[in-house]
Design a protein around this ligand. Structure first.
Ligand code: UD1
Ligand code: CA
Length: 451
């Protein structure tokens, strides 16, 4: 096993995004771009991950701490180029690794097997390998200059001759370096170029000058395209959604209209799950076997046990934990609530900060009133209870097993097990009063017309 250090460059400001957020914090499939890169670095088997961030990038540092807590964070104080950025992690390189892999924080879709292919030539003696691709429009990318099929240089667009500009094989930006040579190569790179920057890409010529070889590993354009603009962010989103939809179907889920279903990178689906059109999965969703998610549902931070049915138009928010066979119907919102096996909430309800026992039925339009404007309170409902239509449960409140809440109740006090609770005004019937009222109202309407 060759020991691997991954260095993630994320110091760019991303001015073309026109955003208050650092570029690498923008999300693709519910996860920040730098988060994707860190996950991939981990999946590639990195022994150490070093992330290079800009001086005011506290949010990036916080995201790194969240996604990859043991990654080292290095600050590049001045933005003097990609080679300079890599050297910000000099300390990590000096620890001694077989392979060093440089990834860009704005290139989120690269897959672990591509990194493996990129590293492979190092084991055969190459000093540097570069990930190449053939974009539809090569403008702006570094060109891979070859001689007799061997990579001899990378020429940035601004420094390229017309002949070099005609080369369609471009630098995707990912590079693998021989760990024993990396510091020497990087330290020797100068900034005599059109941008006056220290280019990481010059590592190729530096290696050749030392009698070593450089290799190219080619990848699909859709996988390695970098994100510099919001339009490219949307393109990356589209590519990743395609990938996630395909994976869901390969895993045994039916997507009736795959192009209308949006996943998060971490969505987990079991087998024989059916997802109807226009469903959105936010982060943190786990769906077990045999679940049916009907059209126009929005689900995030929720777990759905086997045989659950949700929607159409269900909203499942973080902390919704639905037990086996739970039924959630239209226009129902569930938040931070555990619903045990067989619970039914079929129409127009809000259940939040609650625990609901097995087999309980919550009638149409029922609401747990969990917020008093200052604090959130819990509603606890036992097993096999029946909550009548249009009931309000003012938390904190507990309703016992087998209790029955009369339709239209406002429940402000605990209901014991097997009790019937009715919390509404008693009905009064006044015989004949409607007819008399009608006469009087009619007379009143005529009066002004005659006068
Ligand atoms: C770079 C490559 C180019 C390649 C292209 C692919 C160089 C010199 N050029 O060009 O060959 O085709 O990517 O997208 O490497 N960064 C820092 N600190 C710096 C400069 C950059 O951290 O001082 C980071 C940026 O945040 C970004 C990455 O390095 O993630 C690439 O930098 P950028 O300036 O976007 O390089 P390109 O001009 O796109
Ligand atoms: Ca770029």
């Amino acid at each position: 096993m060759r020991r691997l250090l991954v260095i993630v460059l994320a110091a760019g400001e991303g001015t073309r995004m026109k955003s208050a957020l650092p570029k690498v914090m923008h999300k693709v499939a519910g996860r920040s771009m730098v988060g994707h890169v860190l996950e991939t670095a981990r999946a590639a088997g990195a022994a150490e991950i070093a992330v290079v961030i800009g001086p005011d990038h506290d949010r990036v540092a916080a995201e790194v701490a969240r996604v990859a807590p043991d990654a080292g964070v290095f600050v590049q104080r001045e933005r003097l180029g990609t080679a300079h950025a890599v050297l910000a992690a000099r300390e990590a390189i000096a620890r001694g690794y077989d392979d060093i892999l440089v990834m860009y924080g704005d290139t989120p879709l690269v897959q672990p097997q591509t990194l493996e292919a990129l590293r492979a030539p190092l084991a055969q003696g190459a000093a540097v390998t570069v990930l190449g691709f053939r974009p539809a429009d090569p403008a702006g990318y570094g060109r891979l200059v070859t001689q007799d099929g061997r990579l001899v240089a990378i020429r940035e667009e601004k420094d390229a001759s017309p002949a070099e500009k005609a080369i369609d094989l471009c630098n995707a930006g990912l590079m693998a370096l021989d760990g024993a040579l990396a510091l020497e190569l990087l330290a020797g790179i100068g900034n005599a170029n059109a941008k006056g920057e220290y280019y990481l890409t010059d590592a190729v010529e530096a290696a050749i000058a030392r009698g070593r070889t450089a290799a190219v590993s080619e990848a699909e354009a859709g996988e390695v395209a970098g994100v510099n603009t919001r339009a490219q962010l949307a393109e990356a989103e589209a590519v990743l959604q395609q990938r996630l939809r395909r994976a869901a179907m390969e895993g045994g889920a039916t997507l009736v209209a795959p192009e209308t279903v949006f996943f998060s990178a971490d969505t987990r689906l079991g087998r024989d799950v059916v997802v109807e059109p226009n469903v959105v999965f936010g982060p943190g969703v786990a769906v077990a076997d045999g679940v049916v998610i009907r059209a126009f549902s929005h689900i995030e931070g929720a777990t759905l046990a086997a045989g659950v049915s949700a929607g159409p138009f269900a909203r499942l928010r973080p902390g919704a934990a639905l037990g086996e066979g739970v039924h959630i119907g239209n226009f129902v919102e569930i938040k931070n609530a555990e619903l045990a096996r067989g619970v039914k909430v079929n129409h127009l309800s809000y259940v939040g900060d609650s625990t609901v026992g097995e087999g309980t039925n919550i009638g149409a339009g029922s609401i747990t009133c969990n917020y008093d404007g200052f604090n959130k309170h819990r509603t606890t409902i036992g097993a096999n209870a029946f909550i009548g239509t249009n009931s309000l449960m003012v938390a904190p409140v507990t309703i016992g097993d087998g209790a029955y809440v009369g339709t239209g109740s406002v429940i402000t006090e605990d209901v014991p097990a097997d009790a019937l609770a009715i919390g509404r005004a008693r009905q009064v019937n006044k015989p004949g009063l409607a007819a008399r009222l009608r006469e009087r109202l009619q007379a009143f309407r005529k009066a002004p017309a005659e006068g």
